[in-house]
Design a protein around this ligand. Sequence first.
Ligand code: SF4
Ligand code: SF4
Length: 159
Amino acid sequence: MSLCYQCGKCSAGCPIRFYMDIAPNKVVRLIQLGLYDEALKSSTPWLCAGCLTCSARCPNNFDLAKFMDAVREIALEKGVEVKEKDILSFHEAFLDQIKMHGRSYEVGLVAEYKMKTLNLLQDVDSAPGMFFKGKLGIMPHNIEDKKSVRDIFKKTSKK
Ligand code: SF4
Ligand code: SF4
């Protein structure tokens, strides 16, 4: 993180910045200053879409998108209350699918997300279009070596 000299180029190009409570570069700054609680409580890491624009724009090759991932996981480890409950449900549902199948399985992801949030009708109108474009496979496509992926989850999970 010492690579970041707060030029703000990342935040200037972030497509989600408008919705965030703290600019992405400011989250880095908070951590640099040791203000961990403020950074971990921010909605910014949860709203981050992981689009990598910031990482591509950084003149110092600081991978801000990866940093946001780390901040999310540390917030969960520390038991910080996440204000964006639906995004947390999506995050958990996505990782559960990776754990089970070794890759994303959209139908399982949607089903788990809807069970967790009870947003049963959310985005249902886009389902037929996605289905006919082949974006929603009925059956999961498991990778061959699912065990290796599960081992990564085991190694990195904290009690
Ligand atoms: S673009 Fe890079 S150096 Fe500039 S503020 Fe963002 S992370 Fe820091
Ligand atoms: S990865 Fe996140 S912080 Fe970076 S530009 Fe995309 S949405 Fe913004």
